[in-house]
Design a binder for this molecule. Structure first.
Ligand code: ZN
Length: 419
């Protein structure tokens, strides 16, 4: 008898790559070969099937039941069952999308165009689907956490990362996208309607909890921020042991703004001197905080000489605020030096959000939608030429992906039936 009060049903769907449709239809008639094929594929991925909590997974699998998907022209979908714990997994062949009529080829092309910056509406026209179907598809992928997908690719949880928020707009409201980036990979892309420490902490905590679920002893060593108060406070709250650094490139870009009422050539000259100072500081490995502080004091004196007392004082106070954060960056070699990669990720996401203003409705699932976009950012190969040609962000960072097809990878990696 079935449990009458069933809890939220576990998603035990598995997407299996049968290479081509004919193989699937051929195997359909042969239960033993079918199971062997599935097991071989799962083993090649190095994943474990999601059994029930009490099951060690050592039991046998049997073919359980099947049903025909009417909307897919009657494709037979099989389930497999663990003989020990009775957990049932639904096997989706690679050419079927979960709960969707859309063919994977269509979804692949439409999502690639979306990722490339085309609006949902235009993608929908091009691929003969409705914009809302495309939106829902992205949200469906976005219900799977970035941390789960990335660790399934064998990427270690980031011990040094960049954290910052994108300030964006949803219709007329200001919104914020708290983001964590490590190299070319997005680990977190949140959504908040306020810029307070509390809301940012709540958003970043989702990442932290997902990470701790993967690795209970997960520790962050260093975080680079742009020094925005709510960000640094939320990072201190969540990762008390981590050192917080400030982006060096931001420092150089911000300096001219501190120099008021002086001629442009003078401002430029000071900017370039500051650049040289920080660049040389980076070259020197054994630099001490004292040495950096001394150099910055000299620099502030020079500002006083050439741009007046008020400017010198402003720069001096600014240095006092920031020196600790710069020193963290200079002292730890693994620490990211600039937030450039995070800015690039933000710009990529912003282009898509800008193209999709029509979908910022109040009942929309902003968080799932953004996470879906983040999956695309991580998994779509992003360069044709150059050093990382044909690789996606995950591969550039040293991760493995199951197949050569990014969309199939997205299907497989977001399958709920793997542990
Ligand atoms: Zn089991």
């Amino acid at each position: 008898m079935r449990n009458t009060a069933r809890q939220t049903r576990e998603n035990r769907t598995l997407t299996i790559d049968f290479q081509n449709e004919a193989t699937y239809f051929q195997l359909r008639g042969d239960g033993k070969a079918f199971l062997e094929c599935i097991l071989a594929f799962v083993m090649s991925l190095g994943f474990q099937l999601k059994h029930k909590a009490t099951c060690s997974g050592g039991g046998c699998l049997t073919r359980h039941s099947h049903y025909a998907r009417v909307r897919l022209g009657g494709v037979t979908i099989w389930r497999i069952q663990c003989t020990t714990c009775k957990a049932v997994c639904t096997i989706l062949p690679h050419f079927v999308l979960r709960y969707r009529q859309m063919r994977p080829e269509v979804a692949r092309d439409a999502l690639l165009a979306t990722h490339g910056g085309l609006s949902l509406e235009l993608c929908a026209v091009l691929y003969h689907i409705s914009p809302i179907a495309l939106y829902r598809l992205l949200c469906a992928f976005g219900h799977h956490s970035l941390v789960t997908v990335l660790t399934r690719c064998g990427l270690p949880l980031p011990t040094y990362f960049l954290a910052d928020e994108k300030h964006s707009r949803c219709l007329t409201n200001k919104v914020y996208l708290p983001t964590i980036v490590c190299g070319r990979v997005l680990w977190h892309l949140g959504y908040t309607e306020a810029a307070s420490t509390a809301t940012f902490t709540q958003s970043y905590r989702e990442f932290q909890q997902a990470a701790l679920q993967q690795e209970p002893l997960y520790r962050v060593r260093g975080i680079l921020t742009d020094g925005f108060d709510s960000t640094t406070s939320s990072m201190r709250t969540l990762f008390p042991g981590a050192r917080l650094g400030n982006c060096l490139r931001h420092a150089i870009n911000k300096l001219p703004g501190k120099l008021v009422a002086i001629a442009s050539p003078g401002r430029k000259a000071l900017r370039s001197q500051c650049h040289t100072l920080l660049y040389r500081a980076r070259q020197r490995k054994g630099l001490r905080a004292f040495a950096l502080g001394q150099r910055l004091r000299h620099f502030a004196d020079r500002v006083t000489q050439s741009a007046g007392e008020a400017n010198g004082e402003r720069v001096r106070r600014w240095f006092q605020e920031k020196t600790a954060g710069w020193y963290v960056v200079l002292a730890a070699p693994q620490m990211p030096v600039t937030s450039t990669l995070l800015d690039q990720a933000h710009n990529a996401i912003e282009r898509k959000l800008f193209a999709m203003k029509g979908f910022h409705h109040s009942t929309g699932s902003h968080q799932a939608f953004l996470t879906g976009l983040a999956h695309l950012y991580n998994l779509i190969p992003y360069q044709r030429r150059a050093i990382h040609a044909g690789q996606c962000g995950v591969e550039v960072e040293g991760g493995r992906v199951p197949t050569a097809d990014w969309f199939l990878n997205l299907q497989i990696l977001t399958s709920g039936g793997f542990r």
